[in-house]
Design a protein around this ligand. Structure first.
Ligand code: IPE
Ligand code: IPE
Ligand code: MG
Length: 251
């Protein structure tokens, strides 16, 4: 299992935002293709524009009291796209990591990746490892990038690991409860998301953080991801601050 302790609570910080905002925000960054299409440009043009939005969003996190930001970059279902688009996205991820590594490290951002690495190319995996390694002592913002991530795939992989522990006698079936599975998920060192945002007008989850978001607040907004700004994130965080999260209890 991961050497890191679960739920890295040393990273807790008081929200400097002046309102009670979310500590962990997860974003389904959708709408790049439509953004490009509206401009008569190829889909990859939209993906490049989308990648450029990430920096501003990461940078505004400390001000908004967001300690954890998790972004959906590529799903286990996205392999169904054309070879041109998939290859272009993989190239974009390699370029993004090479280009942003120094900047994110300078900004004291810790980067992690979640998802199944097996299907990714060796060069990309090497860059992901390097980014995680270089930023491993940073703690201003914890940025998690979901790449070849699918929640069902994650739960299946976690179940396999859990079954292996049962088979070798390290875990008893009767000891398995709701605290057990999360320790095997890719997100085991992260707290659950408080707020999940999806851009582009689609009101669906598309296999993102199913277990972890059981009690998240959701925002489905019409903005296409390349048009998303820190001002919009601030608005959503303020709105989150006004919600009554009851978790099944009576307030
Ligand atoms: C999200 O934008 C990025 C990825 C899924 C990789 P889309 O490419 O899904 O954009 P739309 O939904 O087609 O507009
Ligand atoms: C979800 O968007 C995946 C990412 C944002 C990476 P999709 O565009 O792939 O989702 P669907 O196909 O609309 O459900
Ligand atoms: Mg889409």
């Amino acid at each position: 299992m991961a050497s890191e302790p679960a739920h890295d609570l040393t990273a807790t910080a008081p929200a400097p935002a002046g309102f009670d905002g979310p500590r962990h925000v997860a974003i389904i960054m959708d709408g790049n293709g439509r953004w490009a299409q509206k401009r008569g440009r190829p889909r990859l043009f939209g993906h490049h524009a989308g990648a450029q939005r990430v920096r501003e969003v990461v940078e505004c996190c400390p001000r908004l009291g967001i300690k954890y930001l998790t972004i959906f970059a590529f799903s286990t279902e996205n392999w169904k796209r054309t070879q041109v688009e998939v290859a272009g996205l993989m190239k974009l991820f390699r370029r993004y990591i090479s280009k942003e590594l120094r900047e994110l490290d300078k900004e004291n951002v810790r980067v992690r990746f979640i998802g199944d690495r097996d299907r990714l190319d060796a060069k990309l995996i090497q860059l992901m490892d390097e980014m995680e390694e270089v930023t491993r002592n940073n703690d201003r913002v914890h940025l998690t990038i979901a790449l070849n991530y699918g929640a069902r795939d994650e739960v299946a992989r976690a179940t396999r690991l859990l079954a292996e522990d049962v088979a070798r006698g390290a875990l008893k079936p009767e000891d398995i409860d709701v605290e057990t599975l999360p320790r095997y998920l890719d997100t085991r060192v992260l707290p659950d998301p408080d707020l999940v945002i999806r851009t582009s007008g689609e009101a669906r989850i598309s296999n993102f953080l199913l277990w972890q978001s059981a009690y998240a607040e959701y925002e489905f907004i019409d903005t296409l991801w390349p048009d998303f700004t820190s001002a919009e994130l601030e608005r959503l965080c303020r709105s989150y601050g006004k919600r009554d999260r009851r978790f099944g209890a009576v307030s």
